[in-house]
Design a protein around this ligand. Sequence first.
Ligand SMILES: [Zn+2]
Ligand SMILES: [Zn+2]
Length: 384
Amino acid sequence: MSNPSDWASKDFYKTLGVSKDASTDEIKKAYRRLARENHPDSNPGNKAAEERFKEVSEAYAVLSSAEKRKQYDEQRTLFGQFKGGFGGGGFGQPGGGYGGQNATDFDLSDLLGGIFGGGGRGGRRRPPQGRRGDDIETEATITFQQAVEGATLPLRMTSDEACPTCHGTGAKPGTVPKVCTKCQGSGMQTSASGGVFAMTEPCSQCRGRGLVVEHECATCRGTGRAPSSRTLQVRVPAGVKDGQKIRLKGKGGRGEGGAPDGDLFLLVHVEPHPMFGRKGDHLTITVPVAFDEAALGAQISVPTLDGPPVRLKVPAGTPSGRTFRAKGQGATTKAGTRGDLLVTVEVQVPTDLDDAQRAAVEALRQARGAATPRDGLFEEVGSA
Ligand SMILES: [Zn+2]
Ligand SMILES: [Zn+2]
Protein backbone atom coordinates (compact mmCIF):
# COMPACT_ATOMS: atom_id res chain seq x y z
CA MET A 1 0.00 0.00 0.00
CA SER A 2 2.67 2.50 0.88
CA ASN A 3 4.83 2.07 -2.11
CA PRO A 4 7.63 4.64 -1.78
CA SER A 5 7.14 5.61 -5.42
CA ASP A 6 3.74 7.07 -4.46
CA TRP A 7 5.02 9.06 -1.55
CA ALA A 8 5.75 12.21 -3.45
CA SER A 9 2.05 12.60 -4.16
CA LYS A 10 0.76 11.99 -0.64
CA ASP A 11 0.87 14.24 2.38
CA PHE A 12 0.73 11.83 5.27
CA TYR A 13 1.02 14.62 7.80
CA LYS A 14 -2.11 16.23 6.47
CA THR A 15 -3.84 12.86 6.37
CA LEU A 16 -3.20 12.50 10.09
CA GLY A 17 -3.77 16.19 10.74
CA VAL A 18 -0.43 16.69 12.45
CA SER A 19 2.43 19.07 11.80
CA LYS A 20 5.53 17.99 9.98
CA ASP A 21 7.59 18.03 13.17
CA ALA A 22 5.01 16.13 15.21
CA SER A 23 6.40 13.73 17.78
CA THR A 24 5.93 9.99 17.52
CA ASP A 25 3.44 10.28 20.32
CA GLU A 26 1.34 12.94 18.60
CA ILE A 27 1.32 10.84 15.45
CA LYS A 28 0.19 7.81 17.37
CA LYS A 29 -2.60 9.73 19.12
CA ALA A 30 -3.84 11.28 15.89
CA TYR A 31 -3.82 7.91 14.22
CA ARG A 32 -5.74 6.20 17.00
CA ARG A 33 -8.43 8.86 16.98
CA LEU A 34 -8.85 8.89 13.20
CA ALA A 35 -8.69 5.13 12.92
CA ARG A 36 -11.41 4.80 15.53
CA GLU A 37 -13.64 7.42 13.88
CA ASN A 38 -13.31 5.93 10.42
CA HIS A 39 -13.14 2.27 11.25
CA PRO A 40 -15.34 0.19 8.91
CA ASP A 41 -16.88 -1.54 11.92
CA SER A 42 -18.33 1.71 13.22
CA ASN A 43 -19.21 2.98 9.72
CA PRO A 44 -20.85 0.05 7.94
CA GLY A 45 -21.36 0.71 4.25
CA ASN A 46 -19.69 4.12 4.39
CA LYS A 47 -17.26 4.08 1.47
CA ALA A 48 -15.77 7.47 2.28
CA ALA A 49 -14.96 6.42 5.83
CA GLU A 50 -13.44 3.21 4.58
CA GLU A 51 -11.28 5.10 2.11
CA ARG A 52 -10.25 7.50 4.83
CA PHE A 53 -9.45 4.61 7.16
CA LYS A 54 -7.12 3.17 4.53
CA GLU A 55 -5.40 6.51 4.01
CA VAL A 56 -4.93 7.01 7.71
CA SER A 57 -3.50 3.52 8.08
CA GLU A 58 -1.11 4.04 5.24
CA ALA A 59 0.03 7.38 6.63
CA TYR A 60 0.58 5.85 10.02
CA ALA A 61 2.51 2.89 8.61
CA VAL A 62 5.02 5.30 7.14
CA LEU A 63 5.19 7.99 9.81
CA SER A 64 5.41 5.57 12.72
CA SER A 65 8.66 4.12 11.41
CA ALA A 66 11.56 6.50 11.98
CA GLU A 67 13.36 5.16 8.97
CA LYS A 68 10.41 5.31 6.59
CA ARG A 69 9.47 8.74 7.87
CA LYS A 70 12.94 10.03 7.06
CA GLN A 71 12.78 8.62 3.55
CA TYR A 72 9.35 10.05 3.09
CA ASP A 73 10.40 13.50 4.31
CA GLU A 74 13.26 13.49 1.84
CA GLN A 75 10.94 12.65 -1.02
CA ARG A 76 8.45 15.26 0.06
CA THR A 77 11.09 17.96 0.27
CA LEU A 78 11.86 17.24 -3.31
CA PHE A 79 8.25 17.21 -4.34
CA GLY A 80 7.65 20.41 -2.43
CA GLN A 81 10.16 22.21 -4.59
CA PHE A 82 8.39 20.99 -7.65
CA LYS A 83 4.97 21.96 -6.44
CA GLY A 84 6.26 25.25 -5.18
CA GLY A 85 7.29 26.10 -8.70
CA PHE A 86 3.97 25.04 -10.06
CA GLY A 87 1.45 26.19 -7.56
CA GLY A 88 0.62 29.78 -6.78
CA GLY A 89 -0.18 30.53 -10.37
CA GLY A 90 2.97 30.06 -12.35
CA PHE A 91 6.60 29.32 -12.73
CA GLY A 92 9.44 31.19 -11.16
CA GLN A 93 7.51 33.07 -8.56
CA PRO A 94 9.51 34.38 -5.63
CA GLY A 95 9.75 31.66 -3.08
CA GLY A 96 8.54 29.21 -5.64
CA GLY A 97 11.43 26.89 -5.13
CA TYR A 98 13.48 27.93 -8.11
CA GLY A 99 14.17 31.40 -6.85
CA GLY A 100 16.43 33.58 -8.87
CA GLN A 101 16.07 31.77 -12.16
CA ASN A 102 13.90 32.93 -14.92
CA ALA A 103 10.93 30.74 -15.54
CA THR A 104 11.48 30.66 -19.26
CA ASP A 105 14.73 28.79 -18.72
CA PHE A 106 12.77 25.65 -18.05
CA ASP A 107 10.63 23.50 -20.15
CA LEU A 108 8.40 20.95 -18.58
CA SER A 109 10.59 17.95 -19.20
CA ASP A 110 13.50 19.73 -17.56
CA LEU A 111 11.46 20.41 -14.52
CA LEU A 112 10.04 16.93 -14.17
CA GLY A 113 13.17 15.21 -15.33
CA GLY A 114 15.13 16.99 -12.66
CA ILE A 115 12.70 15.90 -10.04
CA PHE A 116 12.35 12.31 -10.95
CA GLY A 117 16.02 11.90 -11.63
CA GLY A 118 17.96 11.00 -14.66
CA GLY A 119 16.27 13.22 -17.20
CA GLY A 120 18.04 16.31 -18.36
CA ARG A 121 21.48 15.25 -17.24
CA GLY A 122 24.42 16.98 -18.72
CA GLY A 123 24.49 20.45 -20.12
CA ARG A 124 20.98 21.57 -19.37
CA ARG A 125 20.18 24.15 -16.79
CA ARG A 126 19.05 22.80 -13.48
CA PRO A 127 17.27 24.15 -10.44
CA PRO A 128 19.80 25.44 -7.94
CA GLN A 129 18.63 23.20 -5.13
CA GLY A 130 19.08 19.53 -5.78
CA ARG A 131 19.05 16.40 -3.84
CA ARG A 132 22.20 14.38 -3.47
CA GLY A 133 21.88 10.83 -4.76
CA ASP A 134 21.29 8.08 -2.24
CA ASP A 135 24.16 6.11 -0.85
CA ILE A 136 23.68 2.53 -1.87
CA GLU A 137 24.98 -0.49 -0.06
CA THR A 138 25.57 -3.77 -1.72
CA GLU A 139 27.59 -6.92 -1.20
CA ALA A 140 29.81 -9.13 -3.28
CA THR A 141 31.62 -12.36 -2.64
CA ILE A 142 34.99 -12.85 -4.23
CA THR A 143 37.48 -15.68 -4.22
CA PHE A 144 40.58 -15.67 -2.11
CA GLN A 145 42.66 -15.24 -5.24
CA GLN A 146 40.62 -12.24 -6.39
CA ALA A 147 41.15 -10.66 -2.98
CA VAL A 148 44.88 -11.15 -3.29
CA GLU A 149 45.19 -9.96 -6.85
CA GLY A 150 42.38 -7.42 -7.01
CA ALA A 151 39.49 -7.88 -9.38
CA THR A 152 37.06 -6.00 -11.56
CA LEU A 153 33.54 -7.08 -10.75
CA PRO A 154 30.46 -6.41 -12.84
CA LEU A 155 27.79 -5.18 -10.41
CA ARG A 156 24.23 -5.01 -11.64
CA MET A 157 22.39 -2.13 -10.01
CA THR A 158 18.68 -1.64 -10.30
CA SER A 159 16.88 1.53 -9.35
CA ASP A 160 13.88 3.61 -10.24
CA GLU A 161 14.79 6.32 -12.65
CA ALA A 162 13.04 8.65 -14.98
CA CYS A 163 11.26 6.77 -17.69
CA PRO A 164 13.50 6.93 -20.77
CA THR A 165 10.55 7.36 -23.13
CA CYS A 166 8.82 10.34 -21.52
CA HIS A 167 11.78 11.64 -19.49
CA GLY A 168 9.75 11.38 -16.35
CA THR A 169 6.69 13.36 -17.35
CA GLY A 170 4.49 10.28 -17.63
CA ALA A 171 2.98 11.70 -20.79
CA LYS A 172 3.17 10.20 -24.23
CA PRO A 173 6.04 11.77 -26.20
CA GLY A 174 4.83 14.89 -27.94
CA THR A 175 2.31 15.64 -25.21
CA VAL A 176 2.70 17.17 -21.77
CA PRO A 177 0.74 16.62 -18.58
CA LYS A 178 -1.99 19.19 -18.02
CA VAL A 179 -2.26 21.21 -14.86
CA CYS A 180 -5.00 19.61 -12.79
CA THR A 181 -8.26 21.51 -13.18
CA LYS A 182 -9.62 20.43 -9.84
CA CYS A 183 -6.79 21.77 -7.67
CA GLN A 184 -5.25 24.20 -10.17
CA GLY A 185 -1.98 22.39 -9.76
CA SER A 186 -1.70 22.77 -6.02
CA GLY A 187 -2.19 19.03 -5.50
CA MET A 188 -4.42 19.73 -2.51
CA GLN A 189 -8.13 19.91 -1.99
CA THR A 190 -10.21 20.91 0.97
CA SER A 191 -12.52 18.16 1.97
CA ALA A 192 -16.18 19.01 2.44
CA SER A 193 -16.70 16.45 5.16
CA GLY A 194 -14.17 17.96 7.49
CA GLY A 195 -16.58 18.62 10.30
CA VAL A 196 -15.66 21.55 12.53
CA PHE A 197 -12.47 22.31 10.69
CA ALA A 198 -11.95 21.69 7.03
CA MET A 199 -9.44 19.03 6.12
CA THR A 200 -6.96 19.55 3.37
CA GLU A 201 -6.22 16.39 1.49
CA PRO A 202 -4.35 15.36 -1.58
CA CYS A 203 -6.39 16.20 -4.65
CA SER A 204 -8.45 13.20 -5.71
CA GLN A 205 -8.24 13.96 -9.41
CA CYS A 206 -4.45 14.16 -9.67
CA ARG A 207 -3.70 12.23 -6.49
CA GLY A 208 -1.76 15.20 -5.20
CA ARG A 209 0.54 15.47 -8.15
CA GLY A 210 -0.90 18.73 -9.43
CA LEU A 211 -0.72 17.39 -12.95
CA VAL A 212 -2.90 15.08 -14.94
CA VAL A 213 -1.54 12.94 -17.71
CA GLU A 214 -4.10 12.79 -20.51
CA HIS A 215 -2.18 10.57 -22.86
CA GLU A 216 -0.16 8.10 -20.87
CA CYS A 217 3.33 7.17 -21.86
CA ALA A 218 3.11 3.54 -22.92
CA THR A 219 6.44 2.62 -21.38
CA CYS A 220 5.74 3.70 -17.81
CA ARG A 221 1.91 3.83 -17.97
CA GLY A 222 1.97 7.41 -16.84
CA THR A 223 4.03 7.02 -13.70
CA GLY A 224 7.09 8.74 -15.17
CA ARG A 225 9.36 6.22 -13.59
CA ALA A 226 10.87 3.04 -14.88
CA PRO A 227 13.08 0.50 -13.24
CA SER A 228 16.48 0.84 -14.74
CA SER A 229 19.40 -1.42 -14.38
CA ARG A 230 22.95 -0.63 -15.16
CA THR A 231 26.04 -2.70 -14.78
CA LEU A 232 28.93 -1.03 -13.07
CA GLN A 233 32.44 -2.29 -13.45
CA VAL A 234 33.78 -2.03 -9.94
CA ARG A 235 37.46 -2.33 -9.20
CA VAL A 236 38.18 -4.18 -5.96
CA PRO A 237 41.75 -3.37 -4.97
CA ALA A 238 44.32 -6.06 -4.32
CA GLY A 239 44.61 -6.87 -0.64
CA VAL A 240 40.94 -6.41 0.27
CA LYS A 241 39.97 -8.27 3.43
CA ASP A 242 36.88 -10.27 4.25
CA GLY A 243 34.23 -7.97 5.72
CA GLN A 244 35.84 -4.82 4.38
CA LYS A 245 33.62 -2.06 3.02
CA ILE A 246 34.81 -0.29 -0.07
CA ARG A 247 33.48 3.17 -0.84
CA LEU A 248 33.02 3.96 -4.49
CA LYS A 249 32.50 7.66 -4.72
CA GLY A 250 29.73 8.81 -7.02
CA LYS A 251 28.64 5.28 -7.94
CA GLY A 252 25.47 5.37 -5.84
CA GLY A 253 22.08 6.84 -6.63
CA ARG A 254 21.84 9.62 -9.17
CA GLY A 255 21.86 13.13 -7.79
CA GLU A 256 18.92 15.28 -8.76
CA GLY A 257 18.74 18.88 -9.73
CA GLY A 258 22.50 19.16 -10.18
CA ALA A 259 23.35 17.66 -6.81
CA PRO A 260 26.16 15.10 -6.71
CA ASP A 261 25.56 11.39 -7.09
CA GLY A 262 25.58 9.27 -3.94
CA ASP A 263 28.26 6.77 -3.09
CA LEU A 264 28.22 3.04 -3.43
CA PHE A 265 29.39 1.03 -0.45
CA LEU A 266 30.44 -2.45 -1.36
CA LEU A 267 30.72 -4.98 1.44
CA VAL A 268 33.21 -7.60 0.34
CA HIS A 269 33.09 -11.20 1.42
CA VAL A 270 36.19 -13.24 0.71
CA GLU A 271 35.86 -17.00 0.37
CA PRO A 272 38.47 -18.77 2.45
CA HIS A 273 41.12 -20.76 0.60
CA PRO A 274 41.60 -24.42 1.51
CA MET A 275 45.40 -24.04 1.65
CA PHE A 276 46.44 -20.42 1.85
CA GLY A 277 45.94 -17.80 4.51
CA ARG A 278 46.77 -14.09 4.65
CA LYS A 279 48.95 -12.05 6.93
CA GLY A 280 48.97 -8.51 5.59
CA ASP A 281 50.71 -8.64 2.25
CA HIS A 282 52.13 -12.06 3.00
CA LEU A 283 50.47 -15.34 2.20
CA THR A 284 50.76 -18.24 4.59
CA ILE A 285 50.73 -21.96 4.06
CA THR A 286 51.42 -24.95 6.30
CA VAL A 287 53.12 -27.91 4.65
CA PRO A 288 53.74 -31.35 6.10
CA VAL A 289 57.28 -32.73 6.12
CA ALA A 290 58.38 -36.25 6.99
CA PHE A 291 60.49 -36.85 10.09
CA ASP A 292 63.50 -37.87 8.02
CA GLU A 293 63.19 -34.73 5.86
CA ALA A 294 63.22 -32.58 8.97
CA ALA A 295 66.06 -34.55 10.54
CA LEU A 296 68.30 -34.99 7.54
CA GLY A 297 67.31 -31.93 5.54
CA ALA A 298 65.51 -31.86 2.19
CA GLN A 299 64.54 -29.82 -0.83
CA ILE A 300 60.76 -29.59 -0.81
CA SER A 301 58.31 -28.27 -3.35
CA VAL A 302 55.69 -25.77 -2.10
CA PRO A 303 52.62 -24.64 -4.08
CA THR A 304 52.06 -20.94 -4.71
CA LEU A 305 48.72 -19.23 -5.21
CA ASP A 306 49.20 -18.09 -8.77
CA GLY A 307 52.42 -19.50 -10.15
CA PRO A 308 54.56 -22.60 -10.40
CA PRO A 309 55.62 -24.28 -7.13
CA VAL A 310 58.67 -22.91 -5.37
CA ARG A 311 61.58 -25.05 -4.14
CA LEU A 312 62.39 -24.63 -0.49
CA LYS A 313 65.46 -25.92 1.34
CA VAL A 314 64.59 -27.46 4.68
CA PRO A 315 67.89 -27.65 6.59
CA ALA A 316 68.88 -30.72 8.59
CA GLY A 317 67.45 -30.56 12.11
CA THR A 318 64.41 -28.39 11.33
CA PRO A 319 61.86 -28.45 14.16
CA SER A 320 58.15 -28.77 13.54
CA GLY A 321 56.49 -25.35 13.33
CA ARG A 322 59.46 -23.46 11.86
CA THR A 323 58.47 -20.87 9.27
CA PHE A 324 60.41 -20.22 6.10
CA ARG A 325 60.05 -17.28 3.80
CA ALA A 326 59.70 -17.56 0.04
CA LYS A 327 60.43 -14.00 -1.06
CA GLY A 328 58.06 -12.32 -3.47
CA GLN A 329 55.59 -15.21 -3.59
CA GLY A 330 52.90 -13.45 -1.54
CA ALA A 331 50.19 -10.92 -2.33
CA THR A 332 50.69 -7.87 -4.50
CA THR A 333 50.90 -4.75 -2.35
CA LYS A 334 49.34 -1.37 -3.06
CA ALA A 335 52.77 -0.17 -4.19
CA GLY A 336 52.86 -2.97 -6.74
CA THR A 337 55.55 -4.97 -4.97
CA ARG A 338 54.82 -8.44 -3.70
CA GLY A 339 54.74 -9.85 -0.20
CA ASP A 340 56.27 -13.16 0.74
CA LEU A 341 54.97 -16.66 1.11
CA LEU A 342 55.42 -17.79 4.72
CA VAL A 343 55.84 -21.54 4.75
CA THR A 344 55.38 -23.28 8.08
CA VAL A 345 56.55 -26.87 8.21
CA GLU A 346 54.74 -29.43 10.28
CA VAL A 347 56.61 -32.64 11.01
CA GLN A 348 54.30 -35.57 10.39
CA VAL A 349 54.35 -38.65 12.62
CA PRO A 350 53.64 -41.71 10.49
CA THR A 351 50.62 -43.71 11.58
CA ASP A 352 50.66 -46.52 9.07
CA LEU A 353 54.19 -47.89 8.96
CA ASP A 354 54.85 -50.85 6.70
CA ASP A 355 57.27 -53.57 7.81
CA ALA A 356 60.35 -52.01 6.27
CA GLN A 357 59.58 -48.60 7.78
CA ARG A 358 58.86 -50.13 11.16
CA ALA A 359 62.19 -51.97 11.07
CA ALA A 360 63.94 -48.72 10.20
CA VAL A 361 62.32 -46.83 13.07
CA GLU A 362 63.10 -49.71 15.44
CA ALA A 363 66.71 -49.45 14.34
CA LEU A 364 66.63 -45.71 15.05
CA ARG A 365 65.37 -46.45 18.56
CA GLN A 366 68.15 -48.98 19.11
CA ALA A 367 70.71 -46.47 17.93
CA ARG A 368 69.34 -43.80 20.26
CA GLY A 369 70.09 -46.03 23.22
CA ALA A 370 68.94 -44.93 26.65
CA ALA A 371 68.99 -41.20 25.90
CA THR A 372 65.62 -39.41 25.44
CA PRO A 373 64.82 -35.81 24.40
CA ARG A 374 63.50 -35.30 27.95
CA ASP A 375 66.77 -35.92 29.75
CA GLY A 376 67.53 -32.23 29.94
CA LEU A 377 64.30 -31.56 31.86
CA PHE A 378 65.42 -33.70 34.80
CA GLU A 379 68.90 -32.23 34.87
CA GLU A 380 67.34 -28.75 35.20
CA VAL A 381 65.04 -29.90 38.02
CA GLY A 382 67.89 -31.70 39.83
CA SER A 383 70.17 -28.65 39.85
CA ALA A 384 67.51 -26.30 41.22
ZN1 LIG B 1 7.16 7.15 -19.55
ZN1 LIG C 1 -5.49 18.04 -8.59
